[in-house]
Structure formats: structure tokens, C-alpha cells
Design a protein around this ligand. Structure first.
Ligand code: SF4
Length: 173
């Protein structure tokens, strides 16, 4: 017993300290909410399309919904159907197998709509580029409004990309 208590005392607390509040993040959140309220009647719905990602970008997109980033708290939600979406969030280089599916998803999304390409792969084709199995960047397949570079981009950068797309003014009609 003494040995265990001694070991606990020597090891100390290894848990990460919780993050501190970030004023810059709060300002971004408030501005984002205003843009959503003004342009989309208080609610923006996103359809995420994995067009060939390694899933690194997906982990960061998922983090946008955690209590720290609280994307849903801003009135921005994810939908399983493009029929209900205002915006497509596309990750990965577009694999040849996903080319037709991505075009169909784009066509199925009602106008006006916005498209945000996430990650170096979505912006440029990334390390995969263009080849027999890859169409490369998302804009090679569908029109893109905003690109968010990074491998993967942070949740903060992804939220800024969404804000930038919304702040462009009225979505394409
Ligand atoms: S940008 Fe990086 S993390 Fe995102 S899909 Fe490409 S390789 Fe994966």
C-alpha cells in the first residue's frame, strides 16, 4: 500500500489542463451567428461529403460540434441529405469512384448553395494530386466558393471557412 501511495505521489496529475477561454473565438462565434441570422434566417444546414479523404479532415470537422467549438450552437447543423442542405463541405481529393456521386450530390442540393473545400487535398489534390484513381482538387469536379487549406485544417479554420462562404453575400442562385 505504501509503495502504491508513493508511486501516486511521485507520478502526479498527468491529465491535460483544460483549455482557457479564447476571446478571439468568441468574437468569431458572434460574427458567425450574425451572418447566419442575416443570410440564412438563423439556420444553415451542411451536407458533408467525403470524396476520398484519409479521414483526418473528418476528425477536425467532427470537433466543430464538440462543446468547445459548439458549431451547432450557432445555428449550423449537419444533414444526412443534400436535399436539406445550404452548403456542401467536401473533403479529400475526389477519387474517381466518388466523381459521379459528388456531381449528383451537388445537383441534388437546392439553389442557392455554397461549396467549401476542406484540407490540402480538397484545395489542391494534396499529396495525391491527379492520377488514374484521383481527380485531384474538388474544383475539378464541382464549383467551389471557398477553400480551407491545412492537413488537416483546425476546427477554427474550418469555421472561418464557413464564415467566409456565408460572408460572400447571397449564395449562388
Ligand atoms: S488534407 Fe490531410 S488530413 Fe485532409 S484528407 Fe488530405 S491527407 Fe487527410
Amino acid at each position: 500500500m505504501y509503495q502504491i501511495l508513493k508511486q501516486i505521489a511521485l507520478t502526479g496529475i498527468k491529465t491535460e489542463a483544460p483549455p482557457q477561454p479564447d476571446e478571439a473565438m468568441r468574437a468569431l462565434s458572434q460574427r458567425l451567428k450574425q451572418e447566419v441570422l442575416a443570410s440564412f434566417a438563423g439556420a444553415l444546414t451542411i451536407r458533408h461529403v467525403d470524396a476520398g479523404s484519409c479521414n483526418g479532415c473528418e476528425l477536425e470537422i467532427n470537433a466543430c460540434n464538440n462543446p468547445y467549438y459548439n458549431l451547432e450552437g450557432l445555428g449550423i447543423r449537419f444533414s444526412a441529405s443534400p436535399r436539406h442542405a445550404d452548403m456542401l463541405l467536401v473533403t479529400g481529393p475526389v477519387s474517381r469512384h466518388m466523381e459521379v456521386a459528388l456531381r449528383r450530390t451537388y445537383d441534388a442540393t437546392p439553389d442557392p448553395k455554397l461549396v467549401v473545400a476542406i484540407g490540402d487535398c480538397g484545395c489542391t489534390g494534396g499529396i495525391f494530386g491527379e492520377g488514374y484513381a484521383s481527380c485531384g482538387r474538388v474544383s475539378n469536379v464541382i464549383p467551389v466558393d471557398v477553400t480551407v487549406p491545412g492537413c488537416p485544417p483546425t476546427p477554427y479554420a474550418i469555421m472561418q471557412g464557413v464564415l467566409t462562404a456565408i460572408a460572400q453575400g447571397k449564395p449562388r442562385g
